[in-house]
Design a protein around this ligand. Structure first.
Ligand SMILES: Cc1cc2nc3c(=O)[nH]c(=O)nc-3n(C[C@H](O)[C@H](O)[C@H](O)COP(=O)(O)O)c2cc1C
Length: 185
């Protein structure tokens, strides 16, 4: 593989599931947003929306509500419940900022915006993790109030969150299957 600044960033990125509490600087936050909004979109439609959550109170309440709903779910196996039952459980793994991404129509463009944010975070020495698991709660009856509080605009569908903060762990790279390709030459 050719080695340059971007390929190194892509190679070094990991999903981070343990963060230091310090908040992003405003300059880091605005850089992440600006690089996100520089993503390509079909016909330059930019049919995306980002909700930046930096409210510790909101993330604490969301974590508690999600944990309660999981622990009350009779269909979930105990081993899954055990992951949520410890008192330190945080929906964003303790990250101080979560970007919630929504789309109005096609979700493809919003995925590019999201990955721009994730790679930019890595370039700034920040860690990140996509949060898809929380969507089951947010799309359910008990999640409605949280989505409303987030202020997602009318007509937009919430897709996932991205936790961002200063990493407090250095996980190994997860394996990849490099054979998922064919060529017509
Ligand atoms: C759409 C999406 C949703 C994800 N949701 C979660 C999640 O809810 N919780 C979590 O711990 N990781 C989540 N992940 C992270 C993946 O588990 C991770 O990207 C994968 O295991 C590969 O590891 P890596 O990112 O460190 O390379 C999600 C990733 C994507 C792309």
């Amino acid at each position: 593989m050719i080695k340059n600044e971007l390929t190194e960033i892509i190679k070094n990125r990991r999903s981070i599931r343990k963060y230091k509490p310090e908040q992003l600087t405003e300059e880091q936050l605005q850089t992440l947003l600006e690089c996100g909004f520089l993503a390509p979109s079909g016909g330059n439609s930019q049919n995306w929306h980002v909700t930046v959550v930096q409210s510790e109170d909101f993330l604490k309440r969301l974590s508690a509500a999600n944990r309660d709903s999981i622990l009350a779910d009779k269909n979930l196996p105990q081993e899954i419940k055990d992951r949520f039952s410890n008192s330190g459980y945080s929906v964003a793994f303790g990250a101080p900022t979560v970007f919630f991404i929504s789309a109005n129509g096609s979700v493809v463009n919003a995925c590019f915006l999201a990955e721009h944010i994730v790679l930019t975070a890595e370039s700034l020495g920040l860690g990140s993790c996509y949060l898809g698991g929380i969507m089951q709660f947010l799309k359910g009856e008990n999640g409605k109030a949280f989505v409303e509080e987030m202020g997602v605009p009318e007509g937009y569908e919430l897709l996932y969150g991205i936790a961002v903060g200063t990493p407090d762990e250095q996980p190994d790279a997860k394996p990849r299957d490099y054979t998922k390709v064919n060529y017509l030459r």
